[in-house]
Design a protein around this ligand. Sequence first.
Ligand code: SF4
Ligand code: SF4
Length: 417
Amino acid sequence: MRYRTFGKLDFAPSALGFGAMRLPVLAKDSKDGKDGKDGSGPPRIDEQRATDMLRRAVEAGVNYVDTAYVYHGGESEPWLGRALRQVASDLYGPGSPGLAELRRRVKVATKLPVSKMEQRDDAERLFSEQLERLQLDSIDYYLLHGLGAGSLAKLREFDVLGWAERALADGRIGHLGFSFHDEYTVFEELVDATDLWEFCQVQYNYMDEDYQAGTRGLEYAVAKGLGVIVMEPLRGGQLARRPPQAVAALWAAADVRREAAGLAPAPLSPVDWALQWVWNRPEVSFLLSGMSAMEQLDENIASAERSAPGTLDDDELETCRRVRDAYLELSPIPCTSCRYCLPCPSGVAIPEVFEIYNEAEIYSGGAAAARFAYGWLAESERAELCTQCGACEEACPQKIAIVDWLEKVQQFLAVGE
Ligand code: SF4
Ligand code: SF4
């Protein structure tokens, strides 16, 4: 594993962090009675597979695991609490000494669900609940989750930073940061809001160089001495899928060049390209990948072991820019499948509906492919159930005009254009 620097902190993070937001889940029709869908809730985590992945990651040298109160409908933190104990027991033997050993090796991060706060005492109440879920008495890296415009007013109203300062002083929080989904100007405002921040977490990938915090945000945070964690390096998995022809042709040409130059490995996979693009930036402390299968973990570990700042040359960076332009021309809805818009009160499976539409556009399948995929979606989750209440649009960090897009998707499926 390669290790990097983390702002001014005395911790060398692994290039790859373990994100616990897209863990493997049980099949909808699993026969063990653990059916993940009751009509509204998210699929249940496949704990055995998820824990096996965490163990493999730790053995490979991954030393940072990231969860949040809201991930997997609130089940990610309790899973991680159990998984840490299991992995500690497997690697060091059962009991507290093993867990303490693992805690020295692997840092645990989670996030305060600021959007769920309604009064001053909620920070302490939610934090205590998180410690209980994780079965821990402290959190190494604690983030205020998903800050954006308007967050500062809420932080001030409930004195969240005052509460965090006390939790830092009494050792229940090791280091404080925030995760971010909004425009660049808001990012600057948040970075400058307090001296308590030691790190931040931003969405960044070759599609989003100029989006949200973007490259400017990276540079700003680093200039202020913060560590920068990158999330969504594969844009919610979009950049890991089989690329459309226009994109595949660009990668193929770049691979020919790598081969001619004797660079290994050639060819690089689309995942490799996307991850190496992020690791190429010296401002990036490390990236988090939300992996759903052991194969994805293995691929990411192998990629991380080849990573370093400045590994892509100008031609390769230009290829990535051209790939971005090709995708932008093909992918109409910028949904990252983060699921912050859920649950929809009418049951609409917003990210799944958008994925069907985007994939039909990207893979040139058109309305026929979209109708086929739509046939697999439960009727209780379809776009036509939308009552246009607008709740999802307020929650969407990508600021997608969800209501308009749902109407367009319906029209697309109806007229076949
Ligand atoms: S606007 Fe439509 S899709 Fe969005 S939350 Fe309301 S009913 Fe659901
Ligand atoms: S519509 Fe927005 S909030 Fe919902 S999954 Fe997509 S990006 Fe996330």
